[in-house]
Design a protein around this ligand. Sequence first.
Ligand code: 13P
Length: 281
Amino acid sequence: MPLLPMHMLLREARAEGRCLAALECWDSTSVRAIAAAAVRTGAAVIFQASPAEYALPGGPEALRALLEWHVERTGISAALHLDHGMKLTEVEECVRAGFTSVMLDGSHFPYEENVRLTRETVEIAHDFDASVEGELGHVAGLEGDISVSEEDALQTDPDQAADFVAQTGLDCLAVAIGTVHGVYRGEPKINLERLEQIAARVDAPLVLHGGSGTPDDLVRECIRRGVAKINICTELQQAWLGGIEDSRKTNSISAPGRFYAPAFEALVQRIIEKIELFRSA
Ligand code: 13P
């Protein structure tokens, strides 16, 4: 099965009230773990990488080739998405490399500039049959290389969201409703009312960044209100690094295969937990 345009998976998901896990990958092991979790659960998945992440296996083509190898051999339904692209040149290199979806994060710019950049992204990506995610409002925490403080985090305006989708022609919209990239400081406050207002004005599938650490009941409520893609990164890194720490305690010196095996399994299990959580909404 070839990689699928992300909007095909997301439109179907939103129409059926489902949500896909968008899972950060950065090397051959994380790619293999996501593929293994998709096989074990039978779920469609979104592999995603920021420029800093796809640089690790050797660039966007290297990541796509690695991933395609697993997708073709396992027959899973999957898309490959650029997460938090910051430049149009990154969008272009990813669609040329075979990514089936891209995000140009223009949310830090004034509104009109965000519209312009997202519209240009749509023009580039749609020529390659790739999907486009735009973001409106700021999700606090670390986005790619940019730090956004929680105080500065501006939530998405529902009317502006409708205008943004109409003006840009994007395929899915990331909204800011109180989730945080990375670890929450204090009690998560998710604005479900605002999410409902956005969902009532925007038909496109909605995306939630900062999925890690968001309480399960709130995740389910977000999915019931139209969120069709939730990004998970920090919890995957925690599972992976926790597994490595465990290996360091028990396997002082051993072959890499044995050393990494518990970390790989911890990562697969964390991904499966997220897939099952999203299914339980
Ligand atoms: P977390 O690190 O909070 O899971 O957020 C991931 C994300 O939104 C990537 O775009």
